[in-house]
Design a protein around this ligand. Structure first.
Ligand code: F0G
Length: 403
């Protein structure tokens, strides 16, 4: 029913093969299904949304028991006050920060760690800007498999480090950036037989594609006109595009949204490639942005992401740190949606794309907010006015409230 397939040379491998890339050409792998043999039961089902609701399109035997802590089923909010300020009428936010560990990574990890269990792997590992490591630590704990995580020293938000530590991962702080840590963990997995759970692992992306399924289902099994999301290592944009493609191939939806990838100005190699070098990525050697989750200069899934952008007729743009923080504050104060900076890039990008006419004000646009506000409390403390300290008297309090 499913196997691995190279996106460059189409070579196929059994799903049990322990490889990260194509042995023939080095291309990225994806999970391919015999779609005509699959009976899709979830369209008629009134079960609540969750990653495993869609298991007909996940790569496991029907009787496999997954490692799960109830991921997915995140709300799709229609924006109100913020939408009015930009003259938009059909803008939605899917708040992936409301997953169990506070980010969309849980969708990938429930599938990825389940695959590790199915394959009998004894240690799981990843490099991370934070959220992947938090999620891996938690699913490792649930499965009782040791987890090793490599983080770029000094560049991971506090909440994410706290999660990885508390759930018992071996946390290594690498003197280098995320791209260095990823290169190292790939070597470590090869030499030690650890199971690599970065998004180069195609099974992880299978879990993340359920974002597309939930969005389409919430809109009455229809695709939005555009889907806007932050891009770092470029796994999520590839996964969500694949999800929409599968629904279209099955005749469940009749169109695919234009995929719009948003990067931070100081870490925008996909945007550069999209605008200048087409399929050639020029790695950004010193990526820098307040959105530490997407502080990535050499995205491993670039080839898949660029395909998603070109084939869907989408676009890739960058936004400044100021625009990111502005969107984060607007989401928080106009809509009650608390997100970490990387997540706010989707809304910052949407605003820019509406201003320049790439997205029309009445189009159905879905922004993915990928991680929760509490992931990065230090950024909030730096950005916002501190609490006003008052004496414990009514007089002092009213004076502070009314100025
Ligand atoms: N938003 C958040 C909050 C993230 O943590 C990430 C990636 C992204 C967006 C970008 O997703 O890499 O699939 O393009 N975080 C990874 C990590 C790199 O290690 O947690 P992507």
């Amino acid at each position: 029913m499913y196997h691995l397939e190279c996106i460059e040379c189409d070579k196929t491998y059994p799903a049990s093969e322990l490889i990260h890339t194509c042995v023939e050409c080095g291309g990225l792998l994806e999970v391919a299904y015999d779609l005509d043999k699959i009976s899709v039961d979830f369209v008629e089902s009134n079960q609540p949304q969750s990653v495993w609701k869609y298991r007909a399109l996940l790569p496991f035997p029907a009787d496999f028991k997954p490692v799960t802590i109830q991921e997915g089923g995140t709300p799709l909010y229609k924006l109100d006050t913020l939408a009015k300020t930009i003259g938009a009428t059909n803008v939605y936010v899917k708040h992936e920060g409301l997953n169990p560990t506070g980010s969309f990574k849980d969708r990938g990890m429930t599938v990825g760690v389940s695959k590790a269990v199915e394959l009998g792997m004894t240690t799981v590992a990843c490099a991370s800007t934070g959220n992947t490591s938090a999620s891996l630590a938690i699913y490792g704990a649930k499965a009782q498999i040791p987890a090793v995580v490599l983080l770029p020293e000094g560049k991971v938000a506090l909440g994410k480090v706290a999660q990885a530590l508390m759930h018992g991962a071996k946390v290594l702080s690498v003197r280098g950036n995320f791209d260095d840590a990823l290169a190292l963990v790939r070597q470590l997995c090869d030499s030690e037989g650890f199971y690599l759970l970065n998004s180069i692992n195609p099974f992880r992306l299978e879990g993340q594609k359920t974002i597309a399924f939930e969005v389409a289902e919430s809109l009455g099994w229809k695709a939005p006109d555009v889907l806007v999301l932050p891009v770092g290592n470029a796994g999520n944009i590839s996964a969500i595009y694949k999800g929409f493609k599968e629904l279209k191939a099955l005749g469940i939806i009749d169109s695919i949204p234009r995929m719009c990838g948003i990067q931070a100005e100081g870490a925008a190699p996909i945007v550069e490639a999209f605008n200048k070098t087409k399929n050639m990525i020029q790695p950004e050697m010193n990526p820098e942005t307040i959105a530490t989750a997407i502080r990535i200069g050499n995205p491993v899934n670039a080839a898949k992401a660029l395909r998603a952008l070109y084939e869907s007729g989408g676009t890739a743009i960058s936004v400044t740190d100021e625009q990111i923080v502005d969107a984060q504050i607007k989401l928080a104060r106009l809509e009650g949606i608390g997100v970490e900076p990387a997540s706010a890039t989707s809304v910052a990008g949407l605003i820019k794309l509406m201003e320049n006419g790439t997205i029309k004000r009445d189009e159905v646009a879905v922004c993915i907010t990928t991680g929760h506000l509490l992931k990065d409390p230090e950024e909030v403390i730096r950005m916002c006015e501190p609490p006003i300290v008052v004496d414990a008297t009514v007089e002092s309090i009213t004076k502070a409230v009314f100025g």
